[in-house]
Write a protein that binds this ligand. Structure first.
Ligand code: PLP
Length: 398
């Protein structure tokens, strides 16, 4: 997946372009910048790549989630349903707005379980946030039905699924709002950066203002802008956008490599009798950022990971005991370790976590192995790697 594996001359040219004209900020300085608008150009490119009318670049993927929710009016006391398996950023972005993250089980897609989502809906629910984990997607049809019936927002965190599609539509473009990260380990990178995409004009205008102090961006006299509402600073810089501009042009090339390698892993490792592949909803195509499969149980998964380590196979994980990506180790959330006071509303809203068990999530995460697919490998290396992995698994299962 990592965009950082493949960058060089094109990225340098774009960055030098910015340094040569000296305007590092994305807004204003019209006279000085001699026609260089890297962030604007990148927004146009992303709009094409993700088939979405509007794109607002921001400073990170976490910022993208917060800005997306805020631009749709989600705030204090609102509940946002999200999965137990994701990156910690998901609940951070919700809590930053004073909203309440409601964690629910995943299923064999490794994303939101629609039944669990349905059961978690209360009068306070405002949005469902599906996190398209490890290059693939949740059951979008079922989730879309739920949001329609209950008049909720569907937000897609597609940070890990850049280039994945559902019914030929890019992931991120299916919900009301989509979020991307271009941090250093994502499929394409800006160094740090993110984007909100939407076809909703109003959400877009809100995101545009909110991510830049509430400035209305009317006219080209920066100091004269007014503030329709309060905002913060989640801007991206021209330097970061410049890197992204070079990277986005290479996205088709990156995706082709990822998908070719994913297929090899699926054919070799997926052929083993006790291995099942992660479920991809019908109509879905993975981005190929990761290869995911299931083993019979947690114990086998742990032995296989150990076997991989002993055999020098890196970049594969079982997330059951992972600090960053799975509910079991998120004690800072469960115990509400905050630097500053949190509202009683959020405290009460999170009490459910004290006794919550997520057996369905444990069942799937315990059996899952997730392997990063690197762009820098050769096809030969991938084939050898897949054979080695298959051997380790066969030995453990014997
Ligand atoms: C990386 C990631 C984020 C956060 O992105 P940053 O740019 O690092 O803030 C959010 N959600 C998911 C699923 C991610 O993988």
């Amino acid at each position: 997946m990592p965009g950082f594996e493949l960058f060089g001359e094109l990225e340098k040219q774009q960055v030098n372009d910015v340094l040569d004209n000296g305007v590092l900020m994305r807004y204003g300085f019209d006279g000085m910048r001699k026609g260089h608008w890297k962030a604007k150009e990148l927004e146009t490119e992303l709009s094409k790549a993700f088939q979405s009318k509007h794109v607002q670049l921001v400073s990170s993927g976490t910022a993208a989630v917060s800005v997306a929710l805020a631009s749709a009016g989600v705030g204090a006391g609102d509940e946002v349903i999200m999965p137990t398996f994701t990156f910690v950023a998901s609940f951070e972005a919700i809590m930053m707005l004073g909203a309440i993250p409601v964690l629910v089980d995943i299923d064999d897609t490794l994303c939101l379980n629609p039944e669990a989502v349905q059961q978690a809906i209360t009068p306070k629910t405002k949005a469902i946030m599906v996190v398209q984990m490890c290059g693939s997607m949740g059951n979008m049809e079922a989730l879309q039905n739920i949001v329609q019936k209950n008049n909720l927002l569907l937000v897609e965190d597609a940070c890990q699924a850049i280039g994945g599609t559902y019914n030929n539509k890019p992931l991120g473009s299916i919900g009301d709002l989509g979020c991307f990260s271009f941090d250093f380990v994502k499929t394409i990178t800006c160094g740090e950066g993110g984007a909100v995409i939407t076809n909703n004009e109003n959400f877009y205008t809100n995101a545009d203002h909110y991510s830049d102090h509430g400035h209305d961006h009317v006219g080209n006299d920066r100091g004269a802008e007014t503030h329709p509402f309060l905002g913060y600073n989640f801007r991206i810089s021209e330097l970061h956008a410049a890197v992204g501009l070079a990277q986005v042009k290479r996205l088709p090339e990156f995706l082709e490599i990822q998908r070719k390698y994913l297929k090899i892993f699926q054919e070799v490792v997926g052929a083993l009798p006790q291995v099942t592949l992660r479920t991809v909803p019908s109509g879905g195509e993975e981005s190929g950022a990761f290869f995911n499969f299931f083993l019979p149980d947690l114990e086998v998964s742990r032995k296989v990971i150990q076997g991989f380590k002993n055999g020098g196979i890196d970049a594969c994980w079982n997330y059951f005991d992972n600090n960053w990506h799975y509910i079991r180790k998120w004690d800072h959330l469960k115990n509400l370790k905050s630097l500053f006071p949190i509202t009683q509303e959020v405290k009460t809203g999170l009490q459910y976590l004290e006794n919550a068990t997520f057996q369905k999530s444990d069942h799937f995460i315990g059996r899952n192995i997730s392997c990063l697919i690197k762009l820098s490998w050769t096809e030969e290396e991938v084939k050898t790697r897949a054979q080695k992995m298959a051997k380790v698994i066969a030995t453990v299962l014997k």
